[in-house]
Write a protein that binds this ligand. Sequence first.
Ligand SMILES: Cc1ncc(COP(=O)(O)O)c(C=O)c1O
Length: 378
Amino acid sequence: MTDMIPFIDLKAQRGRIGARIDAAIAKVLDDGRYILGPEVAELEAGLARFNGEGRALSCANGTDAILIPLMAWGIGPGDAVFVPSFTFASTAEVVVLAGASPVYVDIDPDTYNMSPASLAAAIDAVIAKGELTPRAVIAVDLFGQPADYPALAKLARAHDLKLIADGAQGFGCTLDGQSSLHWADVLTVSFYPAKPLGCYGDGGAVLCKDDALYDLMKSVRVHGEGKERYEYARIGLNSRLDTIQAAVLIEKLRVFGEEIEMRQRVADRYAAGFGNQVNWPRVPDNAQSTWAQYTIEVADRDGFRAHLAAKGVPSAIYYPIPLHLHEPYAPYPVAPGGLPVTEAAAHRVVSLPMHPDMSDAHIDQVIEAVLSYPAAHS
Ligand SMILES: Cc1ncc(COP(=O)(O)O)c(C=O)c1O
């Protein structure tokens, strides 16, 4: 059996910055302020600085990061929140947790991100039916590529909807040099270890530009706390980020910009190697992806993956079944015309190894494995 190259390689990153991270963790252990210690505020300031605008509030994970603004806005029963179905569960799960109804929107076939045309049709259909009140849109920066925010924000504004950028995979991506928060009301982040900016456990953050919203979300983060400790102004969550995770992230954030460039180098080498023989991901010239995943499409996916595995190349499928086809997510409305692009993509997508420390030899091994499978070219 051929040895597999890594799909992502967190050990290689430890080789570069592990000693600094270990020292930062040791400092927290000695210090003893394990919850909301000084590193948490330091990280939040660093995240906002990195993002270029807004304020950052850390929280327990990237799922809560989306739930917190929904709760702060009072979105709940009778409300519609427009989401893609081609995404991780959290994007729609939080809508149901808040008591509202997800409405599934189709994606663009080139970027896998929310289609503005499908969103427009879905909003009109919800209004025409009159059973739900449109309240918000959650666009996902899938695989690290920014959604079409200028078009999505225009629609959201026209219908007085809040716009959430689910940047769990895309923190650090830009469109016209701007972060997704330039257009969205909030930008949410996941620090799950495999994410481009991952910690050593669970973690998340939500960024926004509005001080009143920030204060509300801060209250929701810790049990709906009011002005005093043990005085509650609303129902909230226990969604604090551990100080140890903040200390890890402070060190990782120092090299994050460079790591996005390192991922871009891998993507460029892949694209040059694949040429016009493979349907590789197109990122527009005015956008920067964080390359959370490098996803291509093939017709005979099972055969292709077996071929890659035999050549020591692991692969993964994000996502094999769109959310609206899972039993718990099936009862909610879909955009008029259904989700044909979503359903086609779910059958064809396959993600290849991608991480900042990938050697040229491993990149070339992947390219050779892909190109030597004839059906990869279809
Ligand atoms: C698009 C998307 N949204 C939300 C999340 C949730 O993040 P977390 O796992 O930190 O709760 C993820 C993480 O997998 C994700 O990929």
